[in-house]
Design a protein around this ligand. Structure first.
Ligand code: UGA
Length: 316
């Protein structure tokens, strides 16, 4: 039986991944430092959804506490999701925290993995924000990295520190570049969460920029599946785009959301924040051929599932 360590297990993607692993019979050690980038109550709710499974051990701690002996013993796979996410808040003084949680903490983890008698496979969460605004029709993994936010810079550096450990020590680290993940438990600062909340309350929906920006939105269960496939494939030093079913403009997503709620969204446009990419669109050929990854949840279905989750939270 496999034993996994999930860092950031109370977060949006981490909590779904933990549940999925437990359902597959994996023993999971979960770590979460409850960073206050959003309401900690939401993270506690995510943790509660995992429940008290006999194969699940939870440590409420920052990675910087470095209790590796407790966390890594007998672990076959580390899924490293702990991070300070979000592109728009990574400017100014916050950058120190982004460096700390996204680069330094990752290096500590890699170093600790090396010290293990049998170093585990590591699957690291990176981000489409390493590319910046995309050119051409689809972006593959060899496209130039031109992040447009400090957050994107930290994710690019995180990838590079991983590559150094792969090259120097043969550590088995695989990196996944997620494209704007959505679905139940999505972070409250992210667009779909904010839009649904505003629509459900009959409020104006705040659009940053002109709403013509586009994204390749990825449903959370697809991102989870990509992690599990990457761990099985163990492709040291390889990087995979993890995208959704298509690229779509924000205004077109809002039209779908309006249809689901049977409302006509009232829109307010605000000047676009620095750090926002104009468009993202993943070429997932590599993940398809090497990992067998294929997004399974179309956007309309994923939006319906996120809305159902938000409605049940609102009743809650
Ligand atoms: C998201 C995550 O926040 C990052 O952590 C992640 O690394 C990144 O995806 C990625 O894929 O690399 P983002 O694409 O900005 O970043 O995702 P959203 O927060 O869902 O925003 C999507 C678009 O909606 C952006 O253009 C944003 O400016 C816009 N938006 C967001 C609004 O117009 N209004 C809002 O209230 C919120």
């Amino acid at each position: 039986m496999t034993k996994a360590l999930v860092t950031g297990c109370a977060g949006f993607i981490g909590s779904h991944l933990t549940q999925r692993l437990l359902s597959e019979g994996v023993t999971v050690i979960g770590i979460d430092g409850f960073l206050d980038n959003y309401d900690v109550a939401a993270k506690l709710r995510n943790l509660a959804q995992i429940g008290s499974h006999p194969a699940f051990t939870f440590h409420s701690t920052m990675l910087q506490a470095q209790r590796w002996k407790d966390w890594l013993e007998g672990v076959d796979v580390v899924y490293h999701l702990a991070a300070l996410p979000g592109v728009r808040n990574s400017w100014g003084k916050a950058f120190t925290d982004y460096v700390n949680h996204n680069i330094l903490a990752t290096q500590m983890l890699l170093e600790a993995c090396l010290q293990q008698p049998k170093p585990p496979t590591v699957v690291v969460s990176s981000s489409s924000s390493v590319y910046g605004t995309m050119q051409g029709s689809f972006t593959d993994e060899i496209a130039p990295l031109r992040p447009v936010s400090p957050y994107g810079v930290t994710k690019e550096s995180m990838e590079q520190i991983c590559q150094v450990y792969v090259k120097a020590y043969g550590l088995r680290v695989t990196m996944l570049r997620y494209f704007t993940v959505y679905g139940p438990r999505q972070r409250p600062d992210m667009a779909f969460h904010r839009f649904f909340r505003q629509l459900m309350k009959g409020e104006q929906v705040t659009i940053f920029g002109d709403g013509q920006q586009s994204r390749d939105f990825t449903y959370v269960a697809d991102a989870v599946r990509a992690n599990i496939l990457a761990a099985k494939c163990a492709a040291p030093g390889e990087i995979f785009n993890v995208g959704g079913d298509r690229e779509i403009k924000l205004l077109d997503v809002l039209a779908i959301m309006g249809g689901l709620l049977n409302v006509t969204p009232k829109l307010t446009f605000q000047s676009g924040p620095a750090g926002d990419s104009k468009r993202t669109c993943a070429d997932i050929t590599l993940a398809q051929t090497r990992l067998g990854y294929k997004p399974q949840v179309p956007l309309e279905e994923g939006l319906r599932l996120q809305l159902a989750d938000m409605r049940s939270q609102a009743k809650g």
